[in-house]
Design a protein around this ligand. Structure first.
Ligand code: PGA
Length: 249
């Protein structure tokens, strides 16, 4: 059985006080659903959070890191530094990183390798723009993103990767991919992984959906065969809506 995961991507949101309030509420919530919960706060808040949330098995992740271990990269954080704080996950290749920080597939591929070398699990994001879907090249776009960043990994490395399919036109827009559109792409992604690494491995990879996933559409999305959970932006900022999504399985 594949792992079910609901991960919150907080982006550049929340104050220290708000972070503590969220975690206090989450840790007191008695959540016992089948999905693993992961929270990815801004990196300045990561220190101490993995220890605080360990008792309830809540994973903590970063939203990005550099591919070098150390050096003259002002403003950056490395995967070794994340590991030192016991941060278990790192989102990589989010469309906002690709768009606003010009991250290429090649750079994201280097980040994936570096994160895996440090013993951190990558949550690799892929997804097409609206015009790419309208031009009917969305399958091809996602295939290129996967093959350039992931397909030269060894099978044992690939097995550790979590994938998030996030159509860019659905992120923060309130427009969600329909369950059919999402399932179709998730099945495509699994097929590509299967072609590259074999069926057994592809069957074990958790593929999350992201893009305006909310309490009122999560259960329909999560009931699709190849959708193993969600990467949640806006709706992960409040404990109630985050838990409502997690309880949608
Ligand atoms: P959203 O963001 O849920 O606010 O659309 C998802 C994401 O960017 O990961």
């Amino acid at each position: 059985m594949r792992k079910k995961i609901v991960a919150g991507n907080w982006k550049m949101n929340k104050t220290r006080v708000e972070v503590d309030a969220f975690f206090d509420q989450l840790l007191n919530s008695n959540y016992d659903g089948e999905a693993e919960l992961i929270i990815c706060p801004p990196s300045i808040y990561l220190n101490g959070l993995p220890q605080k949330s360990a008792s309830k098995n809540i994973g903590v992740g970063a939203q990005n890191c550099h591919y070098e271990s150390f050096g003259a990269y002002t403003g950056e954080v490395s995967s070794d530094m994340l590991k030192e704080l016991d941060v278990k996950y790192c989102i990589l290749g989010h469309s906002e990183r690709r768009t606003y920080f010009n991250e290429s597939d090649e750079e994201i591929g280097k980040k994936v390798s570096s994160v895996l070398n440090s013993g951190v699990i990558p949550i690799f994001c892929c997804g097409e723009k609206l015009d790419e879907r309208q031009s009917d090249i969305h399958f091809q776009v996602v295939e290129e993103q996967l093959s350039e960043a992931l397909f030269s990994l060894d099978p044992d490395e690939m097995l550790k990767v979590i994938i998030a399919y996030e159509p860019i036109w659905a992120i923060g827009t309130g427009v969600t991919a329909s369950p059919n559109q999402a399932q179709e792409m998730h099945a495509h992604i699994r097929k590509l992984i299967s072609n590259q690494f074999g069926n057994d491995l592809a069957d074990k990879i958790s593929i999350l959906y992201g893009g305006s996933c909310k309490p009122d559409n999560a259960s329909e999305l999560f009931s699709c065969k190849d959708i193993d959970g969600g990467l949640i932006g806006g709706a992960s900022l409040e404990t109630d809506s985050f838990l409502a999504i997690a309880n949608s399985f």
